[in-house]
Design a protein around this ligand. Structure first.
Ligand SMILES: NC(=O)C1=CN([C@@H]2O[C@H](COP(=O)(O)OP(=O)(O)OC[C@H]3O[C@@H](n4cnc5c(N)ncnc54)[C@H](O)[C@@H]3O)[C@@H](O)[C@H]2O)C=CC1
Ligand SMILES: O=P(O)(O)OC[C@H]1O[C@](O)(CO)[C@@H](O)[C@@H]1O
Length: 404
């Protein structure tokens, strides 16, 4: 039987280090679609690469610090070559389309996906599931809306019937590849842990296209998984990055070993945890273990994960439903005090990195409106409110860390 195929947009860290390998393990040939011609050329020359599991020696890999998994059955196309994209969508062996390009890039790939779906309809192609693996809530619904804008009504109707659009939670720390040598540009280093949870009800389950894949979990309660991951792993990660930046640490593992930083991060995750337990009915004890496991993941020295990567785009991370304010607002619903989460929010307002446009924009807001005014604009906590005052007070305290 001819091999089933997947198209994955974004041959970056998560694409090559997480989603691509799981697709290959599940028997798919993966066609990576990217704008980076160097990576695409490499994929089409070598058709294989290695994933280096950089465990910290406490979990699966007790003796060695690294083990490798070979990934074959891969090729590439440029998203700028529309004919190639359409040809792949027309291929009846293609059954799943995934993305990991970054939230702002979804609108850029939407026209190509729309053209691909038009082509698939015109060749009477079968059912397809689309799963956007981006760190955001409702990422695939967002992609669906963006794609639908480029479809005429008959194509829209066909897509409603033939295309499943499933949101997901995607969790594995994959920093930019480092130290594998110039002759291995496709290799990527990852942590051992991973979790990929997909909204079962949104999938089109049809014949060969049925999911889950190896390593993928289906759920009818995606919100619980997304909140747990975003308000724990991503929340703690971001706070570690912002506090680490203030103390001049380069990487996350260095920052989390600092007792002052660890106390705040742990406190913030406990506050967020009380709210998550209330909202989603997680067992308190199990959630505490999840927090411990998360902190242990931050300690992994082999990942050498830069605080600037984890802290990137602070305004996005200060979004109302995102990793910092999401748990603050959730805790507020239950009257849970959140001093450490608000310290984390304050630290984000002190993140001053010149080559990060969102950091520059945030600093400009602070300059123009003062801290309280900027906090009000970004967090929607009015000047004079308890939350606004706590963030401003924490900001002034944390500012001294930077000066020290
Ligand atoms: N790296 C990580 O540990 C994790 C990342 N994520 C999410 O995965 C997504 C991707 O993150 P990374 O893989 O780290 O980023 P990355 O920067 O390594 O990869 C993004 C890829 O998208 C490609 N790209 C950019 N514009 C494109 C376009 N118009 N068409 C096609 N490809 C395009 C880039 O060339 C790059 O290869 C983000 O949403 C991130 O939040 C989620 C969980 C873990
Ligand atoms: O990719 P983002 O949303 O900028 O945030 C970085 C975060 O994403 C991850 O790369 C993976 O979830 C985390 O390591 C980190 O918390």
């Amino acid at each position: 039987m001819p091999q089933k195929k997947a198209i994955h947009f974004g041959a970056g860290n998560i694409g090559r280090g997480f989603i691509g390998p799981l697709l290959v393990q599940s028997g798919y040939h993966v066609v990576f679609a990217d704008v980076d011609s160097h990576i695409i050329d490499e994929l089409n020359t070598k058709h294989a690469y290695e994933v280096h599991i950089l465990d910290n020696g406490t979990d699966a890999v007790k003796e060695k610090k690294e083990r490798r998994e070979s990934v074959g059955e891969v090729s590439g196309i440029l998203t700028t070559h529309m004919d190639d994209v359409i040809k792949e969508f027309e291929d009846p062996h293609v059954q799943i389309v995934t993305t990991a390009v970054g939230p702002p890039v979804l609108e850029k790939i939407a026209p190509a996906i729309a053209k691909g779906l038009q082509g698939r309809r015109s060749t009477s192609g079968g059912v397809l599931n689309v799963i956007a693996c981006e760190n955001m809530v409702n990422q695939t619904k967002t992609l669906k809306d963006l794609v639908t804008r480029h479809l005429e009504s008959e194509d829209r109707a066909w897509a409603e019937e033939h295309v499943g659009w499933a949101d997901c939670s995607v969790d594995r720390i994959v920093p930019p590849a480092q130290g594998f040598g110039e002759s291995h540009p496709l290799d990527v280093g990852v942590e051992d842990f991973y979790e990929w949870v997909v909204d079962e009800d949104a999938l089109k389950q049809d014949g060969e296209a049925r999911l889950p894949l190896t390593g993928m979990k289906l759920t009818k309660d995606l919100e619980g998984y997304i909140h747990r991951k975003l308000f724990t792993l991503n929340c703690g990660h971001a706070i570690t990055a912002y506090l680490g930046y203030l103390k001049g640490y380069k990487t996350v593992d260095q920052a989390i070993k600092d007792a002052q930083i660890r106390d705040i991060v742990k406190g913030a995750l406990e506050e967020s945890g009380y709210a998550l337990v209330k909202k989603h009915g997680f067992k308190q004890e199990e959630h505490e273990q999840y927090i411990q496991k998360t902190l242990a993941r931050f300690e992994n020295p082999n990942l050498k994960d830069d605080v600037s990567r984890v802290g990137r785009q602070p305004l996005r991370k200060l979004g109302r439903g995102d990793r910092l304010l999401g748990p603050v607002y959730l805790a507020k619903e239950y009257g849970i005090p959140v001093p450490d989460l608000l310290r984390g929010v304050a630290a984000a307002f002190l993140y001053d990195v010149k080559d990060d446009p969102q950091s520059v924009e945030l600093q400009e807001k602070v300059k123009v409106k003062g801290v309280g005014g900027a906090v009000e604009e970004v967090t929607e906590f009015e000047v004079g409110s308890g939350e606004n005052e706590t963030v401003v007070k924490s900001y002034e305290e944390l500012k001294k860390w930077k000066a020290a």
